[in-house]
Design a protein around this ligand. Structure first.
Ligand code: RIB
Ligand code: CA
Length: 308
């Protein structure tokens, strides 16, 4: 399957990219960087670092939007560190950014590839994808599926009491994407908060070769914040769940529901209002994932990382 990863690396984004690059079932047509966890210059840098780590400098990395559609940028250095990839000491990238803005790459690629053959995998704020849909509405029916990490229902929020970070940063963009009529799979905190790193899982990464050691360094850094905040044994590996869903959807369960995005209220900005119990007649627009087989997820992830 052909995918484009839209991302704001971020240690968990980095692991998701590695999982995709390590999996022969997936052809990564390109990576589009967006401002999110850290500013755009760093997400565009980090995406290239990950490609070089995987020995895949053939994958084009395009820089995209450096701020949300209508809001100031909110970043998450408190979680990911100043560079966005703290936890492993990696050299600056040698590979250049690909020519052209990420939004143009999204539009041109979707117009060039056979209709329905490309899956978009947004792992950060939805600014790039929403901008592409606004600028070129003709691409909506050409997208096979959007599989994104974002939102929450039972888990409610992580950056505010009501909202998950990716949706919170650019709620207007999320409203556009969730309303575009494109087949949509949402991997929310309800699933990713069950994909927790543990000492044993990090040890398994550490012994999974050269790249596994780097992943263990990232998860070791990344988890300190979540362990403190949630008192949990480890940190949720959010973004790799998106790629794992592509590879082994049977590891996940969810429901086809309506999901609306709050854009007006300052208190609940970015909330994903999922009609999980079907109490409205709002149209179904998403497959909303509620659970994951964590053991199966980590087994898949570790086995693939070891191949790099
Ligand atoms: O809320 C978790 C999401 O926000 C993940 O994608 C993480 O990388 C950050 O972007
Ligand atoms: Ca991310």
């Amino acid at each position: 399957m052909k995918i484009i990863i839209d991302t704001d690396p971020g240690q968990d984004d980095a692991v998701a990219i590695l999982l995709a690059l390590a999996s022969p079932e997936i052809e990564v047509l390109g990576i589009t960087a967006v401002a999110g966890n850290v500013p755009l210059d760093l997400t565009a840098r980090n995406a290239r670092i990950v490609c070089e780590l995987a020995g895949r400098t053939d994958v084009p990395v395009h820089a995209g939007c450096d701020r949300p559609l209508a809001r100031d940028l909110v970043t998450a250095e408190h979680v990911h560190g100043k560079t966005g990839l703290d936890g492993a000491d990696l050299p600056d990238p040698q590979m250049p950014l690909a020519e052209g803005h990420a939004v143009d790459f999204l539009i041109e690629t979707l117009r060039a590839e056979p209709e329905g053959s490309v899956t978009l995998c947004p792992l950060g704020p939805l600014t790039n994808v929403a901008t592409a849909l606004q600028r070129a509405p003709d691409i909506a029916p050409r997208i096979g599926r959007i599989v994104l990490m974002g939102g929450a229902y039972f888990e409610v929020g992580n950056i505010t009491p009501a909202a998950e970070f990716n949706i919170y940063v650019d709620p207007e963009a999320a409203k556009i994407v969730f309303g575009a009529g494109v087949p949509l799979t949402v991997v929310p905190l309800d699933a990713t908060h069950k994909a927790l790193t543990t000492r044993a899982r990090n040890d398994a990464f550490r012994t999974a070769g050269r790249v596994g050691e780097v992943v263990a360094g990232w998860t070791g850094f990344f988890e300190r914040y979540d362990k403190e905040k949630y008192g949990s044994e480890g940190a949720p590996l959010h973004d790799p769940c998106v790629i794992a869903w592509l590879l082994k959807p049977e590891l996940f369960t969810g429901r086809d529901v309506n999901v609306e995005i709050e854009v007006d209220s300052p208190l609940t900005r970015g909330m994903t209002v999922a009609d999980w119990w079907g109490v409205t007649d709002r149209p179904v627009n998403a497959t909303f994932i509620g659970d994951v087989d964590a053991e199966g997820f980590f087994a898949l992830l570790t086995e693939r990382i070891a191949r790099l």
